[in-house]
Design a binder for this molecule. Structure first.
Ligand code: FAD
Length: 414
């Protein structure tokens, strides 16, 4: 793999950038692999990466029906945090956040991780109690968060209005090492590292069937022909129900559209991420100057990868109340992605009823932050059959009533 460095950049500048190699190969699929991963989003690619890096398994294909990173991985608002309430969640999200800290060096790709700090506003008495409880839980879990008062909120984010008419800002749960990263670069970085390890990333190839023999996986049928494999990982976010159906089992998952938008670029005015869960809107400023705004999920199941107008209206209305300064900005782009939601708003990283078929899904509205840790855990589960980070998130929990309830705890899960 050609290494990216300041020296390489200078050298290429001298020769009109004619010497850059392709970041990853685009091979035709082989007839058989040890492991096939369906879905070249962040989670699928990170799974492949850690299979190679931690477990020495490199005869791997990652199969993607569109282009890599073109699903939710390239559509999210890039918030990275680990201030979850329940212990298994804090463990996997904090592992992930810590892997983001060194990701640019590990992958030799600048993923622009910016630990600028994330605050979740408390705008009701209930939220104050909830976030104070989370701060205490985080202290026990070793996650660095604190509950701060409204004056400190204003100090950290001067453009915020703390005495709003409906929902004044009463405090916030503040995680100083949380932040954002460039989502495409995360997918590209993993893809490049996987390709370098000899793995095949096969784009524009849809999996249309899953073949089983004697209760075990035998391979997949794809639009580029059949591919055999010993182990199969299904990592397709909003399409998980379809793939599970192909494998012959059902999932407790709903698919809904979640949307986001960005404003025209303006001068730097906000260097933290703010989430306002009561009014349901969140905002950060990108390096280009655009205000990156996220809102709620559709209230009905669907597969439309676009926004619905009433949500954009509600989100913007809510944010204008908290940030009056943005009221005259123009909206530049607006999009949606299909997110996969479980009842307890926690992910599934699990074996399945079909031997050697593993599934990673249910990250819902908040899985970008989890990409490195989820890949780490899924790879361990696929290689060893068990993983301390993943075992709590198995499918069994729905049968056993062992929920990891983050929906009540977090209110919103971005
Ligand atoms: C608007 C929006 C805002 C969000 N904001 C945040 C945020 O701020 N912070 C955060 O942590 N998370 C956020 N999320 C959630 C986050 O984006 C997702 O949880 C995460 O990206 C899921 O990654 P993935 O790799 O599982 O899925 P994806 O990136 O969707 O990848 C799955 C891939 O599987 C492919 N696929 C599907 N079916 C098949 C098939 N049959 N054959 C082959 N390939 C197939 C798809 O084409 C897709 O590329 C947001 C999501 C949205 C939509």
């Amino acid at each position: 793999m050609q290494r990216y460095s300041a020296f390489a950049l200078a050298r290429e500048a001298m020769r009109f950038h004619s010497g850059w190699e392709r970041a990853w190969r685009s091979p035709e699929p082989k007839r058989k692999y040890d492991v096939v991963i369906v879905g070249a989003g962040g989670h699928g690619l990170a799974t492949a990466y850690w299979l190679g890096k931690n477990h020495g398994i490199t005869n791997v294909a990652v199969i993607e029906k569109g282009w890599l990173g073109g699903g939710n991985t390239g559509r999210n608002t890039t918030i990275i945090r680990s201030n979850y309430l329940q212990d298994p969640s804090a463990a996997i999200y904090e592992k992930s956040r810590s892997l983001y800290e060194t990701m640019s060096q590990d992958l030799n790709m600048n993923v622009m991780f910016s630990p600028r700090g994330v605050m979740m506003l408390a705008q009701t008495q209930h939220e104050i109690r909830g976030y104070q409880r989370t701060a205490h839980a985080n202290a026990l879990q070793g996650v660095d968060t604190e509950f701060i008062g409204p004056e400190r909120v204003k100090e950290l984010c001067p453009i915020i209005r703390i005495d709003g008419p409906r929902y004044p800002v009463l405090g916030a749960l503040w995680q100083p090492r949380a932040g954002t990263a460039r989502h495409d670069a995360v997918a590209w970085g993993y893809a490049r590292a996987c390709s370098d390890m000899g793995m095949d990333i096969i784009q524009k190839c849809e999996v249309t069937g899953i073949r089983r023999e004697g209760g075990k996986v035998a391979g997949v049928d794809t639009t580029k022909g059949p591919i055999d494999c010993d182990k199969l990982g299904i990592v397709v976010a909003g399409h998980s129900g379809h793939l599970a159906d192909m494998a012959g089992f059902r999932l407790p998952i709903e698919s809904v559209a979640l949307q986001a938008l960005v404003s025209e670029p303006i001068k730097p005015c906000m260097d933290v991420v703010v989430m306002a869960n009561t009014v349901h809107g969140y905002m950060s400023q990108s390096d280009k100057g655009e205000m990156v705004i996220g809102g709620g999920a559709d209230g009905y199941n669907n597969y439309t990868q676009r926004g619905s107008f009433h949500h954009a209206e509600e989100t913007v209305r809510a944010l204008v109340e908290t940030f009056p300064v943005i009221s005259r900005l123009k909206m530049l782009r607006w999009w949606g992605g299909i997110v996969d939601m479980t009842g307890d708003r926690s992910p599934i990283i699990s074996k399945t009823p079909v031997e050697n078929v593993f599934i990673n899904c249910g990250w819902g509205t908040g899985g970008f932050k989890a990409i490195p840790g989820s890949g780490w855990a899924m790879a361990e589960l696929m290689a060893k059959g068990t993983s301390s980070l993943a075992d709590s998130f198995s499918l069994d929990r729905f049968r056993e009533g062992r929920f990891i309830d983050e929906s009540v705890a977090a209110g919103v899960a971005h």
